[in-house]
Ligand binder design. Structure first.
Ligand code: B16
Ligand code: MG
Length: 212
């Protein structure tokens, strides 16, 4: 990894912290109530995807058709349950390895968040990273979610950098595709590691230290 990136744009869920289990629990509560089968395999398809698109994926298994109004109510119910679970998070949910890596990079790079989540500010506050990043772009800023590059393009613009000057770090295939579509290099971790479309495949976020 020799390229001298000026900025690094981090996905949030699955890269900086792990809210996957909370998404799963909150969607499972809703699916159980509706009598729709839902498991970890379906949950994996929700990674990086927006809330309403996630709901559509869950409803693929429903025998009943729902109105838009009903769908909005369902998404709100899921989000209320999800936020109750998020409220239990604390700075302990930020691993020391991730924090050390961020602190090291912070000296030489501009750092941003590029997340599909509309709960980004709440999550960052819970894990002790409110105000830490040089820019934040999230689900509240965009009209098209990953694999569209919108959220990363907004993050880069807020850093006053071109996509070619930034590296995106992602754990979801939809996020890697979004980065590539926006003209960014992308480091894949976790679920997306080994995905051919990414520029680099990392074992963990800590491997980014080589860039500093
Ligand atoms: P919310 P990321 C994404 O965050 C999650 O990976 C995805 O599972 C979730 O559906 C999406 O945020 C929307 O989240 O309901 O909180 O707005 O990975 O892009 O940081
Ligand atoms: Mg993610």
């Amino acid at each position: 990894m020799k390229k001298d990136y000026k900025g690094i744009i981090f996905d949030l869920d699955g890269v900086i912290c792990y809210t996957d289990q909370y998404h799963y629990k909150a969607w499972k509560m809703l699916a159980d109530k509706l009598g729709i089968p839902f498991d970890e395999q379906i949950n994996n398809r929700l990674r990086g995807v927006s809330r309403m698109e996630s709901l559509e994926i869950i409803l693929e298994k429903s025998e009943k058709a729902y109105t838009e109004e009903e769908k909005v109510e369902m998404a709100e119910e899921k989000n209320a349950n999800y936020r109750e679970l998020l409220a239990q998070m604390s700075p302990k949910d930020l691993s020391s390895e991730v924090k050390e890596t961020l602190d090291l990079l912070h000296g030489t790079k501009l750092l941003a968040i590029g997340s599909s989540s509309k709960n980004t500010a709440f999550i960052l506050e819970r894990i002790g990273l409110a105000g830490y990043f040089d820019a934040v772009a999230d689900g509240n800023d965009i009209t098209r979610s990953k694999p569209d590059p919108e959220v990363f393009l907004i993050a880069a613009r807020r850093l006053n950098l071109k996509p070619q000057e930034c590296l995106v770090v992602e754990d979801a295939k939809a996020g890697v595709d979004a980065a590539v579509a926006g003209g960014f290099d992308c480091a894949a971790v976790g679920d997306a590691a080994g995905y051919g479309a990414a520029t680099y495949s990392l074992k963990s976020v800590c491997d980014l230290k080589e860039l500093a």
